[in-house]
Design a protein around this ligand. Structure first.
Ligand code: BGC
Length: 749
């Protein structure tokens, strides 16, 4: 029996620069590496003019802020992330420079990485991003994007990790360490509570202090406290009445005072709204313009409205980061192709471990080539590339293997592949005017049915695309578009051997697909190697091992923000997106003065985000958080805690035996949830508190150890303004998903 011991935990941690228990540090134990640059920064500040200081606090170019040229301090150069190093643009516009060297690796997007449930892979991902950023001369990656996926329709669900703070936090730390161990700074975005795209530029989010501390802030807290993140991007929205870019509570109190952040905060693009409040409340750099932190700031300092002491502090916070990151001379940047085979391998590894098998009822997968000689591949997403699209973050991908290319590469002459389009999705970008397209869905469906009838297996490759899931607007609903439901029905009637592959990075309504398709796979926006990874999973070269990082609701209205009526907001119309307005060279004032679009998002579900709601309110999901099947089966046994009672400073240590009872080697993601038995404080029914991805050979068993620091079981007391432990009995629920609990044990804390 193979033993997964503390040693393997430490080996991982060593690769992440220090050995720590289960990847978590106590909240108060951090000293930022940035502090070592204080004296050096002060020395520079002493020699700087007021003008030079102010010059550092706003955008110089679209993705650059100024250093101190006279004193040899280089500019800060930002790279739009979070899943690829964005192409080079003209300094003052969004026009591409059309270089031949700046094609980069397209890494699987956020929810795909999260579906691996692997901080180790998040570390590799961050490392890969950093390596490519260095080749391009970048100092800071604008990522990871780590907001909680509050609504299934959220336009950036594909970029964000998870609906769960603990899973998001572990991945955020992995990504952050991976980037910063390799010489580039991260910029955690979007701080904070940017959980919707509709009216993101104006919405005022009202959330309780406890929901903020326990649900929305932990990924940021962990990346700062454990990952020593050097940069943070203030979100566009307001939180509890104040713009994030001038939010004293978020920036001065929580980020800097409570978490000990020593780095720099930059605004989201066009997200600055004031001079005095922004600078006093913690903003370092207004990006990409200088409407508030340029001349207006200089004037404010001269007039005494902003103290020079505050100005010096903001400069010092930037200089610390500047000293921590070695600048790359311009002549050394961009001299060779950004994308490298090592990064393609990381992109493949992430994609391969992210793919989720939702169900496999007739064992159609893995494809049995003894029976299957002809495969009908149907659907727009079979050939669609997902590196760019919609508004905002995209990759100029060096390569992107589509599902069809992957299938052709991997299947070779083992079977004949025939293709039918099946459906198309009308271009829907809310902010661009497209001519109406002709509806040819009936004809496409008919052609597809013909192809399906004549095949041994049908692979329907549908889902969403980057126009549907996009920054700047949320989806109006989660229905599959372009007549995909009708198509699935027709395909199932033509051929029952139907596998549905959802290339979608957020939940979709599965009522029809579930009823008609015996096998369903989720394949995300899966990066440069996504097609190869998908083909390897479908053909059984590797067993699927991804687990859902969010809940698939039966219907949208079941999900908490919809059920409580707090989303969509009806108090204001949906305004043009702030970023679209910025690119269109409209001033922020033009957007802001249209005050009719000021909307309030009251987070009425409070702590009950995602599965916390479904569990606590007894609402059945379509597929639960943490769900994902394999080509093998796993047996869980012998769950033991080391003690019956744990004190505040201890870790709850549990062990159990995981046996692979099937015929293929595979990974399983084991999940440990905590349920409070005799609580007086209100808690969600259960919460994820530990997990591990474990590789087990067919027929073998391993002992798995999991650890939960009791510290992590505290709640945020609004009365005490502090973390408090509620003593009592808790149940530890061990399972293969949030709804598939295999073993449990009780301990006291
Ligand atoms: C996005 C950021 C992005 C920035 C620069 C904004 O619209 O919200 O995530 O980094 O644009 O492209």
């Amino acid at each position: 029996m193979k033993k997964i011991t503390l040693l393997s935990v430490c080996l991982l941690a060593l690769s992440m620069s220090s050995c720590k228990q289960d990847g978590m540090l106590p909240r108060d134990s951090r000293v930022s590496k940035l502090s070592q640059f204080d004296a050096q920064a002060d020395e520079i500040i002493d020699q700087m003019t007021l003008e030079e200081k102010v010059a550092m606090l706003h955008g110089k170019h679209m993705f650059t802020s100024e250093g101190v040229p006279r004193l040899g301090i280089a500019d800060m150069i930002y790279a739009d992330g979070p899943f690829a190093i964005r192409e080079e643009m003209e300094p003052h516009s969004w026009n591409s420079l059309h270089l031949t060297t700046d094609s980069s690796t397209f890494f699987p997007t956020g929810s795909a990485l999260a579906a691996t449930w692997s901080p180790e892979l998040a570390y590799q991902y961050g490392k890969g991003m950093a390596v490519e950023a260095r080749l391009r001369g970048k100092d800071m990656i604008l990522g990871p994007a780590i907001n909680i996926q509050r609504i299934p329709t959220g336009g950036r669900t594909y970029e964000y990790f998870s609906e769960d703070p603990f899973l998001s936090a572990r991945l955020s730390v992995g990504y952050t360490l991976g980037v910063q161990d390799n010489g580039v700074a991260v910029c955690l975005k979007h701080y904070a509570l940017n959980n919707q795209e509709n009216n993101r530029g104006t919405v005022n989010v009202i959330a309780s202090p406890r929901a903020m501390r326990e649900i929305y802030l932990p990924p940021f807290e962990a990346a700062v406290v454990e990952g020593d993140a050097y940069g943070v991007m203030a979100a566009y929205n307001k939180v509890n009445g104040y713009w994030c870019s001038e939010n004293d509570f978020l920036q001065n109190q929580v980020l800097r005072r409570d978490w000990g952040f020593k780095g720099m905060v930059i605004s989201d693009w066009g997200g600055t709204h004031s001079t005095v409040d922004a600078i006093n409340n913690g903003l370092n750099v207004e990006m990409p313009n200088q409407q508030y932190l340029g001349q207006a700031l200089l004037d404010s300092v001269k007039a005494g409205a902003v103290s020079e002491e505050t100005l010096n502090l903001r400069v010092k916070e930037i200089l610390r980061v500047r000293f921590a990151i070695e600048p790359i001379p311009a002549e050394k940047a961009n001299v060779e192709l950004t994308a490298k085979p090592e990064q393609a391998q990381i992109a493949y590894d992430v994609a391969a471990k992210s793919i989720v098998l939702l169900k496999n009822e007739s064992d159609l997968l893995p494809i049995n080539f003894n029976k299957v000689r002809k495969i009908a591949v149907i659907g727009d997403n079979a050939n669609r590339k997902m590196a760019s699209g919609g508004v905002g973050a995209g990759a100029k991908a060096h390569r992107e293997i589509t599902p069809m290319e992957g299938l052709q590469n991997v299947i070779g002459d083992r079977a004949e592949i025939v293709f039918a389009q099946g459906y198309t999705i009308p271009v829907r970008n809310r902010w661009s005017r497209q001519p109406a397209q002709q509806d040819n869905s009936a004809q496409l469906r008919e052609e597809a049915v013909k192809v399906a009838k004549d095949a041994d297996l049908v692979l329907f490759i549908g889902g969403n695309n980057r126009e549907i899931e996009t920054e700047g607007s949320d989806r109006a609903n989660i229905m599959l578009q372009g007549g995909q439901d009708e198509l699935v029905k027709a395909l199932a009637e033509a051929n029952p051997n139907l596998v549905t592959v959802l290339v979608a990075a957020a939940p979709v309504d599965l009522n029809v697909v579930e009823a008609y398709s015996p096998t369903i796979v989720v394949s995300w926006f899966n990066g440069s190697q996504g097609g190869n990874a998908l083909a390897d999973v479908l053909t059984g070269k590797i067993s699927p091992s991804g687990k859902l990082p969010f809940t698939y609701p039966v219907k949208l209205e079941d999900s908490p923000a919809y059920a409580t009526g707090s989303y969509p907001q009806t108090d204001a119309p949906i305004a043009e997106d702030i970023f679209v307005a910025l690119v269109g060279e409209k001033s922020q004032d033009e957007l802001m003065n249209g005050s009719s679009n000021r909307t309030t998002a009251l987070y009425a579900e409070d702590l009950l985000v995602g599965y916390r709601w479904f569990d606590t309110k007894n609402v059945r999901p379509m597929y639960p958080f943490g769900h994902g099947l394999s080509y093998t089966t796993f047996e869980y046994s012998d769950l033991k805690a080391t003690k019956e009672k744990y004190s505040e400073k201890e870790n709850i240590e549990v062990s159990f035996i995981l046996k692979n009872t099937g015929k293929v080697d595979a990974d399983e993601v084991v999940q440990l949830y905590v349920h409070r038995l005799d609580a007086t404080v209100e808690w969600p029914y259960k919460e994820l508190k530990a997990f591990d991805r474990v590789t087990v050979k067919a027929g073998e068993s391993v002992e798995v150890n999991l650890s939960i620091p009791v510290e992590q079981l505290k709640y945020w007391s609004e009365e005490e303004y502090d973390w408090q432990l509620e003593h009592g009995n808790i149940e530890l629920l061990l399972g293969s998903s949030s709804a598939d609990i295999r073993l449990s044990t009780k301990v006291a804390i």
